[in-house]
Design a protein around this ligand. Structure first.
Ligand SMILES: Cc1cc2nc3c(=O)[nH]c(=O)nc-3n(C[C@H](O)[C@H](O)[C@H](O)COP(=O)(O)OP(=O)(O)OC[C@H]3O[C@@H](n4cnc5c(N)ncnc54)[C@H](O)[C@@H]3O)c2cc1C
Length: 446
């Protein structure tokens, strides 16, 4: 019997709307269930350039320009002077650890711009979902999926409309429900990450001086990552419009206990560890209530199976230090839609049909995870690699979001080897700078 739709998609964030757009563009009948009414606010506002490849393929790039999202040409990392010069056998890094990259330094296949974007997620997510709809996807907003029944040959997606319980039959389900991890929970596939138990508190500020810590006029619209002088803690600075800047503090769970007021105080105490930023932020106006995100890193024991797969955060979340989440959401959809089209053609929706997707994503997320792990273990190593011209280009490749093609990028292997050296040598000049994250214990497949 013909199902109601070929593909049922849970969630209309960047992962759900991009997979819907890819499939609808290829003439596949698909339906997106989104529990919220868009626009809705969302964390995750700074993109990396590999997103542009997807916007180009989906014919969405003109809308990105028309929306006038701020162009993001690069990134800056700043740290408080810890009174040490990080000398290494090859180079000396300035004590304030200021590092920057511009994306134009490395050409990226399929990416014809030397910048990416910062986005107001309310607006961006709405535009992308509308784009999927224009391409032919059916979109139900304000509809929360309650369950997926995999017992019939054609799965049934169950939800309520008003008081009425309803079901829609599909040939397969794509879970794009973000950190709600809908199928991960239903099928009990989720594994929480015991190491990256990061929390964040954030808001929007008006009139913040974005150049408070910049070293050049070019850097006003970059993303800034400000290291805080507390273990595994940092702060983001992301332009949203000319006037509005998103500021967030990320830290470990143990620093984040207490009441809401305690946590707001924690935000201000954290910012106060960087006096110049503190002063600039206190001169600006907070435009929204503070919002918190908690305990967000996890993996799945499998990201696809018979008649389902997961894209974006629904499949895995790795700490957002390199602003990768939206790019991963878009690129998992890019890889997934190819396997789905083949499955539709052969009418074979077994896990085996999604092998290429599974292998590619497994490789990409492992590379991300390793990169982030090395970064947290020894912050200064990242600064060292990015400022050393032998490695800069290869690190830039990772920062641009190109992580899916190689089993292990050589620069990553080099970084890992150096961390081991420092760990094993208590006299190493960087030994005291090692952080306490030793994430080797958490190596799931995805
Ligand atoms: C502190 C923090 C900072 C971050 N910073 C960045 C950054 O700078 N850059 C970046 O790229 N990423 C960042 N991210 C990550 C980014 O937020 C996510 O990776 C991105 O939003 C993933 O997109 P998605 O479509 O998978 O999920 P989402 O954007 O979360 O979309 C999922 C959608 O599914 C819907 N949904 C959930 N359950 C159901 C259901 N049962 N039925 C119907 N609909 C449902 C939700 O309403 C939601 O709209 C950050 C994350 C955190 C926690």
């Amino acid at each position: 019997m013909k199902p109601d739709f070929d593909i049922g998609i849970i969630g209309g964030g960047p992962a759900g709307s991009s997979i819907a757009a890819y499939l609808a563009k290829a003439g596949v009948s698909c339906v997106v269930f989104e529990r919220e009414l868009f626009p809705r606010p969302h964390v995750g506002e700074s993109l990396v350039p590999s997103s542009t490849r997807v916007f180009n393929e989906l014919g969405f790039i003109d809308q990105m320009e028309e929306a006038k999202f701020p162009h993001k040409y690069g990134a800056v990392w700043t740290a408080k002077d810890q009174g040490k010069a990080y000398v290494h056998e090859f180079t000396e890094i300035s004590p304030d650890c200021h590092a920057e990259v511009r994306f134009e330094e490395r050409e990226q296949p399929g990416v014809n711009k030397n910048y990416t974007y910062h986005v107001d997620r309310g607006k961006f997510d709405l535009l992308l979902l509308q784009h999927a709809h224009k391409l032919g996807a059916m979109v139900y907003e304000g509809v929360k999926v309650a369950a997926v029944d995999f017992s019939p040959a054609q799965p049934i997606v169950r939800f309520k409309m008003g008081h009425q319980e309803m079901g829609v039959s599909v040939r397969m389900v794509v879970d794009a429900s973000g950190r709600q991890t809908f199928l991960g929970n239903q099928l009990k596939l989720k594994v929480n990450d015991p190491i990256f138990d990061q929390y964040a508190i954030h808001s929007w500020f008006g009139g913040f001086d974005r150049k408070a810590l910049s070293k050049s006029d070019l850097q006003g619209d970059y993303i800034y990552i400000h290291f805080l002088p507390m273990s595994n803690s940092w702060m983001w600075q992301i332009p949203i419009t000319e006037e509005v800047t998103s500021i967030g503090v990320v830290t470990q769970k143990k620093n984040f206990a207490g009441s809401k007021q305690d946590r707001e105080r924690f935000f201000w105490d954290s910012v106060a560890t960087r006096p110049i930023l503190d002063e600039a932020l206190r001169r600006s106006n907070r435009l929204r209530n503070f919002k918190e995100e908690g305990d967000y890193s996890y993996a799945m024991t499998q990201i696809c199976g018979d008649r389902f797969l997961m894209v974006g955060d629904a499949g895995r979340f790795v700490d957002p230090i390199f602003s990768t989440g939206v790019s991963i959401a878009l690129n998992t959809s890019r890889f997934a839609h190819r396997d789905i089209l083949r499955a539709l053609e052969s009418n074979n929706f077994s896990r085996e049909s999604f092998k290429t997707f599974e292998t590619t994503i497994s490789r990409g997320t492992k590379n991300w995870y390793d990169f982030i792990r090395v970064y947290y273990r020894l912050n200064v190593l990242f600064t060292f690699f990015i400022t050393d011209k032998r490695y800069r280009y290869d690190v830039l490749q990772l920062l641009q979001g190109d992580v899916y093609d190689e089993e292990q990028p050589p620069v990553l292997a080099k970084m890992q080897a150096m961390v081991s050296q420092v760990e094993q040598n208590p006299k190493h000049v960087w030994h005291d700078l090692l952080n306490d994250l030793t994430a080797d214990v958490f190596c799931p497949r995805f």
